[in-house]
Design a protein around this ligand. Structure first.
Ligand code: SF4
Ligand SMILES: [Zn+2]
Ligand SMILES: [Zn+2]
Length: 204
């Protein structure tokens, strides 16, 4: 297999061999100049790949700085974008965020990954709410997930709304003393609204 050292030995006029100093400079402006020199190098993909695989912690290689390469040292798949920047391969939440960070409209693949990520987070949160007996938050998570609410979440929301109504009435001086009857788990999580609280219209 041909290695990068083989390739560089065979390729005349490489800027990093003619003058390695800016490639290993501690001056950011000099490193930036080295990055620009790499842009026209025919070995750039192999060079960047080598530095990433070897986790070379210093110098400009393949137009990438050590700092840029550091976040790829965990083996994350990379690519060069049209502007020659080191980027994550599309199709993940991180790549989606990278598009946003560069002020770009996320591509379809990253948008699909982001949608799946958001849904997974909502499902996890909903599972947490169900583990506690359901909740008003769970009710709205069901709705955001495009599915009918479960009975526990519907009941919890009804109790939360009834409790809020009782607090509002109490503040206005018309409320009744609170009781702790109506002891479903969801009711305990709210403010102890009574089991007989007037139901409010809640869609499934
Ligand atoms: S990409 Fe840059 S560092 Fe790599 S061989 Fe070419 S000039 Fe040298
Ligand atoms: Zn993308
Ligand atoms: Zn539910």
């Amino acid at each position: 297999m041909t290695t990068l050292p083989d390739l560089t030995a065979r390729t005349p006029g490489l800027p990093c061999r003619l003058d390695p100093a800016p490639f290993f400079s501690d001056q950011a402006t000099e490193r930036a100049a080295a990055v620009r020199l790499c842009r026209g190098c025919p070995l750039r993909p192999q060079c960047a790949s080598y530095a990433l695989e070897q986790r070379i912690p210093h110098g400009v290689w393949g137009g990438t700085t050590a700092a840029q390469r550091r976040s790829f040292h965990n083996g994350r798949p990379w690519r060069f974008d049209d502007a020659g920047r080191l980027r994550l391969v599309c199709g993940s939440e991180d790549a989606y965020r990278s598009h946003l960070g560069y002020g770009e409209r996320p591509c379809d693949e990253c948008t699909a990954a982001h949608t799946a990520h958001v849904e997974a987070k909502r499902r996890q949160r909903l599972a947490d709410e169900h583990a506690l007996g359901g909740s008003g938050v769970g009710y709205f998570l069901h709705r955001r997930l495009g599915e009918p609410s479960c009975e526990d979440c519907r009941e919890a929301l009804r109790l939360e709304r009834a409790a809020a109504e009782r607090r509002r009435a109490a503040r206005q001086g018309h409320g009744q003393p609170r009781t702790r009857s109506g002891t479903s788990r969801a009711a305990k999580r709210t403010s102890g609204a009574p089991a007989g609280a007037q139901p409010l219209p809640i869609a499934s």
